[in-house]
Write a new protein. Structure first.
Lengths: 398, 306
């Protein structure tokens, strides 16, 4: 026994020395800038990761690795891209930004392109994970709404191109929920209405789900760092869990059409996508989406960035430019339901052009919504940690 | 001084057994000890200040116990929000293992004793679920159990009754049923192997000596199959303890979270990855107890045989 313990004692430092040789990363003392509409940020250009030279073409036969949400890019577009440029695309998917950031940070997966939200941008730049863009490749950049040419989260668009725009509101099926949600004094209250217990879901995204509690309580700062706000979020989320038995997922766009539940917190893009997944015998007009009429709700846009760990940056740039092409954007919009901020997609014409039914017109994002809506921002590390602890408690179940 | 045993051994035989044990030892060192040490180094390690990713600390002298303390405090402290998931895990796994045994034992018994020439076909049928991935089988249940799925349609008897059971909306029953369905094949095979090896002449002797069918089962078959039952319980209960996607797919609700979900959530949340290590250590410790019991029971069985 003693001999065994002695051997283990000798082995532990040896093993630790071996594993230490495998590498440890520390970035003590590093700081992170937090952009916001009132505090636009111009990110410094990376010294370690240079922008690629102009005039290069993708190497035929090479592999482009893309990291994205599931069902968030048209498979037809991917096939067309492969055929057009002779590049093989390998698509990996994630469920939420936390999971994605964890895997991107490992650098081992060699992703060329990643689709984050702008609340991750400070971390990605701070950890030097991004490659600056060479705009010579982005000939379709002018197709974007003018307000996205020089965005507040990335002045000069040094690292990002915008991909989609969306609001976060409430989705429901009129054949499963008989409340007229828009006419309620506080429509968010319907998510706490026990009449729909066991018949509802909220988004499996800590910040989006938690900020909804703030909006319910008329707190405009959905990135609050106040302890009293966090306490309120905690109390009401735990109450929601206790009384409503919500499903916590991001699959609303398939679950709700399948009839798993009739009410949920929802992204507008998913709402637009729901009719596509409805059984043929169900009238698409049963699907509804609510977002505050005065525009004072959560509004965001997702981005595409070129990761420094990728081995195919030229194909990545060409892919980014294709995403900004009107026809490609139409394919992606048709498949994902998420609206691209391109001039061709005039919000007022989307219903008329048949992109979505009239009953879901509330899911269309207008440029003016970005003036009135509230974006999710990156939180300071201490608050980020505190918010995550509340979310962890909520998800652990009671 | 050389004893008589050593003199009888052929030259070089003292190296044979350690040599035979070498592949297994290397296997355990590379695939168990080293990964476990990585888990511990992450649990007691630090966090990257920007991405809040785990930073493993390899030297035990530098270990930081904050993450472990956090988990421990939230199991036994004043706000024990991890505790319900741990209790749920024990209850779900306990019930699911018991139900698996109730289903698996007769099937394995029938296959081993009475299947005759159909034994091969039955065995193939029992192995068939392994050809389809666990996740695919669970996804199939999602389709069957959704509100307008086949199960509710069947229960409504073609529209005669108004049945809208929300099976997938955070019900413990659905999760336990999913665990039973998913893991029952893992229990049948070791049970079958144990029952098939039980000497038929002992059963015949019991009947010849006047024991009824029930007495024969109670006093001969069951005691002979006890170690197979123990193995099959271990083989099914241990993976159930770390299971998270059965709950994710068939419930998705925090109200049915198990320890596997706590691990999965922690691993994927920046700043909380180390906490997953604490839960993993707990599962490991809890798993070791039945393992020790099993080893003790098989050893005492071997003593009796000798």
């Amino acid at each position: 026994m003693l001999k065994g313990a002695l051997a283990a004692g000798v082995a532990a430092p040896t093993l630790s020395a071996f594993l230490a040789a495998c590498g440890t990363k520390t970035k003590a003392g590093a700081t992170v800038k937090i952009p916001s509409p009132t505090n636009p940020v111009t990110w410094p250009l990376s010294k370690a990761n240079q922008a690629i030279d102009s005039g290069l073409t993708p190497k035929p036969g090479s592999t482009l690795r893309i990291y994205n949400y599931a069902d968030y890019v048209s498979p037809r577009f991917l096939k067309d891209f492969e055929a057009k440029y002779g590049v093989k695309i390998r698509l990996s998917t994630f469920n939420d930004a936390d999971e994605a950031l964890t895997k991107v940070a490992s650098k081992d997966l060699k992703f060329d392109l990643y689709f984050p939200s702008y609340d991750s941008l400070g971390k990605l730049v701070g950890a030097d994970l991004l490659r600056p863009l060479n705009h010579d490749y982005l000939t379709n950049y002018d197709n974007l709404w003018p307000s996205f040419h020089d965005p507040w989260y990335d002045r000069g668009a040094r690292y990002t191109i915008p991909y989609t725009i969306y609001t976060t509101g409430i989705g429901w099926r009129t054949d499963m929920v008989d409340t007229d949600i828009p006419s309620l004094g506080n429509p968010y209250d319907v998510l706490w209405d026990t009449k729909y217990a066991g018949n509802m879901a909220i988004l499996d995204d800590w910040h989006t789900a938690m900020s909804m509690v703030l909006l319910r309580n008329h707190v405009a700062n959905i990135n609050s760092t106040k302890q009293s706000d966090l306490d309120m979020i905690r109390t009401q989320l735990l109450d929601l869990r206790q009384t409503m038995r919500p499903k916590v997922t991001i699959s609303m766009y398939t679950d709700m059409p399948a009839g798993q539940y009739g009410l949920c917190q929802m992204w507008s893009g998913d709402a637009i996508n729901t009719p596509y997944y409805l059984p043929k015998n169900v009238d698409p007009s049963v699907m509804r989406y609510w977002f505050p009429q005065d525009g004072k709700g959560e509004i965001d846009n997702d981005l595409v960035v070129c990761l420094a760990q990728g081995e195919n940056p030229v194909a990545a740039h060409v892919f980014l430019n294709e995403i900004l092409d009107n026809d490609v954007a139409a394919k992606n919009f048709g498949f994902t339901g998420y609206q691209p901020p391109l001039n061709k997609f005039t919000p007022s014409k989307l219903v008329a052009d048949g992109y979505l039914p009239k009953t879901l017109a509330t899911a269309v994002v207008e440029p003016s919504d970005f003036k009135t809506g509230y974006p999710l921002l990156q939180l300071p590390p201490a608050s980020d940690s505190a918010w995550h602890e509340v979310w962890q408690e909520f998800k652990a179940g009671g | 001084m050389v004893d008589a045993d050593d003199r009888r051994r052929p030259p070089g035989s003292r190296f044979i057994w350690p040599l035979l044990a070498l592949p297994g030892t290397v296997w355990i060192a590379v695939l168990f000890v080293a990964p476990l040490y990585v888990v511990v180094a992450i649990l007691f390690g630090g966090t990257d200040p920007i991405l809040r990713e785990p930073v493993p600390v390899w030297n035990p002298a530098d270990w930081d116990f904050t993450q472990f303390t956090y988990v421990w405090d939230h199991i036994v402290g004043s706000n024990p929000f991890f505790r319900p998931a741990l209790i749920r895990t024990v209850v779900y796994v306990g019930i699911a293992s018991f139900v698996c045994l109730v289903i698996a034992y007769p099937v394995a018994y029938f296959t081993a004793r009475f299947a005759g020439r159909w034994k091969g076909v039955l065995l193939a049928a029992l192995i068939a679920p392994f050809w389809i991935s666990y996740m695919m089988r669970m996804l199939a249940w999602v389709n069957l159990l959704q509100t307008d799925g086949l199960v509710n349609k069947t229960l409504s008897a073609g529209g005669l009754f108004d049945v809208h059971v929300d099976w997938l909306q955070g019900h413990a029953f659905t999760v336990v049923a999913g665990l039973v369905y998913g893991y029952v094949p893992y229990m049948i095979l070791p049970l079958y192997a144990g029952l098939d090896r039980a000497p038929a002449r002992m059963l015949e002797a019991a009947r010849d000596l006047g024991a009824s069918r029930w007495e024969t089962f109670r006093r001969v078959t069951w005691p002979l199959s006890r170690s197979a039952v123990m193995v099959s319980l271990l083989v099914t209960a241990l993976p159930m303890l770390g299971d998270y996607f059965t709950n994710d797919l068939l419930s998705g609700s925090p109200s049915t979270s198990m320890i596997g979900n706590l691990i999965n959530n922690s691993v994927l949340t920046p700043g909380q990855t180390g906490q997953a290590g604490a839960f993993i250590l707990m599962i490991l410790i809890v798993s070791i107890i039945p393992m020790v019991l099993y080893v003790r029971s098989t050893r005492s069985g071997a003593d009796v045989m000798s």
